[in-house]
Ligand binder design. Structure first.
Ligand SMILES: [Ca+2]
Length: 320
């Protein structure tokens, strides 16, 4: 399967991943450790990172069109001479995650080790990919020989994961012709927050966990403290195959370990850590995963696992 073309595209992907890493390091140097929300949309309290994101607060739009939240759908990658129709995979989301090691990559796959118990589905989702194989593994890019189930919750701190584009048949999920799959969404104002006092809900147009008193003025039900709490969304879907997205605001002050998000539907439980720590200041839709769903879907943004700040503005479940 390996061709010169594949290797060439892999090199391009590696180059892109390297560029992403460099950018991250440079900008981390100016991050603040005090503010949960350095760039609050309406609070007016600019943290040390404020000058990195002119225009995000809505005062002065950047020149030209703002960058899209999502990567462009078509990336020519190999300069147009590629022999494959699919664009090369981009492993940079894995490479940039502090708890994920990227150990091997090509135009069609990313592979490596997670070190935070996240599981391979979460590891691969960081690059917008799905787990294609899993083995025991350990930090330092150590791959063991024991095959594991991609979707099993092994509870291991580290496993080896191999990831690729979704090659699943369009859907082998049961559907109901009378009630076909359809998109459902829930806004954060419809979620249940526990404890309410850990969450800031009325200071801007999304919810976030916080620790410091600076948010009390604009949310009287928030009180400075642990920064630990959960937000639970309950949605109902017709049977089918769906992509589950969590929307939140990415800033440099977000949880460096990623936001823990659990999706429950019947016997299905999937836990993913979504990385919101970047200096974009943008509201972004992050893919949790692609699942067969039917009926009530519970989505839990679990910010109770650390006092770091996570954010959520919306949950969207759309047919895939
Ligand atoms: Ca938290």
């Amino acid at each position: 399967m390996q061709t010169h073309n594949t290797l060439f595209l892999g090199a391009i992907t590696a180059l892109l991943a390297g560029v992403g890493c460099l950018g991250n390091i440079g900008l981390d140097g100016s991050s603040t450790t005090q503010s949960d929300e350095a760039l609050g949309g309406s609070g007016g309290s600019l943290g040390a990172g404020g000058s990195l994101n002119p225009g995000v607060g809505g005062e002065a739009p950047p020149p030209g069109d703002p960058p899209p939240d999502d990567p462009p759908p078509d990336d020519p990658g190999g300069g147009g001479a590629g022999g494959t129709e699919a664009p090369p995979v981009d492993c940079s989301g894995i490479a940039q995650h502090p708890a994920y090691e990227l150990c091997d990559q090509s135009a069609t796959h990313c592979a490596g080790v997670f070190t935070n118990s996240a599981g391979c589905a979460a590891y691969c989702a960081a690059a917008g990919l799905q787990c294609t194989a899993s083995y025991g593994g350990d930090a330092g890019c150590q791959k063991e020989t024991t095959p594991l189930d991609c979707n099993a919750n092994t509870g291991h701190q580290s496993d080896w994961c191999e990831c690729g584009p979704s090659t699943a048949p369009p859907s082998n999920c049961p559907t109901d012709p009378q009630n076909p799959p359809a998109t459902v969404e829930q806004h954060y104002t419809q979620a249940t927050f526990a404890p309410r006092s850990s969450w800031v809900l009325t200071c801007t147009n999304y919810a976030y966990t916080a620790q410091y008193a600076e948010h009390e003025a604009c949310d009287s039900l928030y009180s400075a403290g642990s920064g630990q709490g959960t937000a639970t969304f309950l949605l109902n879907v017709n049977p089918g195959q769906y992509d589950v997205y969590i929307e939140g605001r990415h800033t440099d002050n977000r949880n460096p370990a990623g936001m823990r998000v659990e999706v429950n539907n019947g016997t299905l439980t999937q836990v993913i850590y979504i990385m919101q720590k970047d200096n974009s200041g943008q509201i972004k839709m992050d893919l949790h995963g692609t699942y067969c769903l039917d009926g009530q879907v519970e989505v839990i943004v679990d910010s109770s696992v650390s006092n770091a700040s996570d954010s959520v503005s919306r949950v969207r479940i759309q047919p895939s």
